[in-house]
Design a protein around this ligand. Structure first.
Ligand code: NAD
Ligand code: TDX
Length: 354
């Protein structure tokens, strides 16, 4: 073990979670409330198109949970919140690579400037015990062979990844310059319940359920390392408790799968024909492969527990059982429909969307 137990305590403490109404944030809030009977959570979320309070309806009246609708770029609001908290888990971001290709401005604003606002509030609040910055494996860029280690150079390819790289290094600079208690994690592709259906796995599951085309970019040979969100929540918990200040931790699922295989598994599990899969115009600058060396977080005692096949089946079942959740987004949300039409029209898979 790299660290001495017992580590930081979460019970009896107040944690600010930014972006808690999104996919990972809402899973994390559920996880922490289950895990720590005496935790207090403040969820600061702007409720962009990706934020959804439905994800948290079951905990809305829990006295340990408080929701604040607001923007991490709002310096006054953020500075009002900091005196009340003991720790920060910073998830809020614009997160969809394809949207960043259409329009990068909001990515730079939220992911870089928003992170600066939080870090600057941390600088003024010396009582805050830790700030966990959630970066991404995409900051490294792509590699055909081998695994990225935490010390490797960053080579982000998309405007999203570049914005996240800026935030990642800004967080590190605040550690070096001001000695603040900052820890950075770089997780791989997450999947699981409550993921917004513009992302690959939920888009393909929900399109397949409706017998709509599954738009596979390029030749479907790109590889992602899939991490179940529940395994990610366990890793966050582990790093908050035992992670060392100023360190970066890769978090991978140890599940490298080509996109075409994921698409075929979804068709097979749902009993749908594979000719729903359409090879469409590639994403510009599409990273070929992400792969992480996770020795460092493993030395803290974490490893992923959910095999991909099992996690994917559970995720598919969740989307079947929660049809209303994704239909409200896909059929009613202007933000979803406008993006889908703009991005997929030129890929010629738009025709049959309801
Ligand atoms: P998401 O898009 O599902 O949720 C993002 C949340 O942030 C939403 O609730 C949104 O309303 C909120 N938000 C956006 N801008 C905000 C602002 N200015 N102020 C306050 N709230 C704002 O994202 P996710 O997939 O849950 O990702 C969470 C974090 O994890 C992000 O930082 C992302 O870069 C990182 N990450 C995600 C993955 C993945 O596979 N999903 C992998 C690695 C890292
Ligand atoms: O319609 C699609 N067709 C397709 O072939 C979509 C939406 C995606 N893809 C491919 C592109 C990628 O190779 O599937 C793979 C996964 O795509 P996304 O779900 O968009 O994820 P990715 O671009 O890998 O980025 C994700 O992982 C890292 C998250 O969206 C980021 O927020 C996170 O930082």
């Amino acid at each position: 073990m790299e660290v001495s137990k017992p580590g930081r305590n979460l019970n009896g403490k107040t944690i600010l979670i930014t972006g808690g109404a999104g996919f990972i944030g809402s899973n994390l809030i559920h996880y922490l409330l289950r895990q720590y009977p005496e935790i207090k959570i403040i969820n600061l979320d702007k409720l962009t198109y990706a934020g959804n309070l439905e994800n948290l309806e079951d905990v809305a009246s829990d006295p340990r949970y408080e929701f604040i609708r607001g923007d991490i770029c709002d310096q006054n609001l953020v500075q009002e919140i900091f005196p009340r908290i003991n720790g920060v888990i910073h998830l809020a971001a614009e997160t969809h690579v394809d949207r960043s290709i259409l329009d990068a401005g909001q990515f730079v604003l939220t992911d870089v400037f928003g992170t600066f606002v939080l870090l600057d509030a941390l600088r003024r609040s010396l009582h805050v015990e830790y700030f966990l910055h959630v970066s991404t494996d995409e900051v490294y860029g792509s590699r055909d062979e081998g695994y990225f280690r935490e010390e490797d150079a960053l080579n982000p390819s998309s405007p999203y990844a570049a914005s996240k790289a800026g935030a990642d290094r800004l967080a590190y600079a605040y550690y070096v310059t001001y000695g603040l208690p900052i820890i950075i994690i770089r997780p791989s592709n997450n999947y699981g319940p409550y993921q917004y259906p513009e992302k690959f796995i939920p888009l393909f599951i929900t399109n397949a359920l409706d017998n709509l085309p599954l738009p596979l970019y390029g030749r479907g040979t790109n590889i992602r390392d899939w991490l179940h969100v529940e395994d990610h929540c366990r890793a966050i918990d582990m790093v908050v408790k035992y992670g060392r200040e100023g360190e970066v931790y890769n978090i991978g699922g140890n599940n490298e799968v080509p996109n075409i295989t994921v698409a075929e598994m979804i068709c097979d599990f749902l009993g749908k024909p594979k000719d729903l899969i359409r090879f469409v115009k590639d994403r510009p600058g599409h990273d070929r492969r992400y792969a992480l060396d996770c020795q460092k977080i493993r030395s803290l005692g974490w490893q992923p527990q959910i095999p991909f096949e099992e996690g994917l089946r559970k995720t598919i079942n969740w989307y079947i059982e929660n049809e209303g959740w994704w239909r409200r987004i896909k059929e009613k949300s202007q933000a979803f429909r406008a993006f889908y039409e703009a991005y997929y029209k030129e890929r010629e898979v738009i025709k049959e969307v309801k």
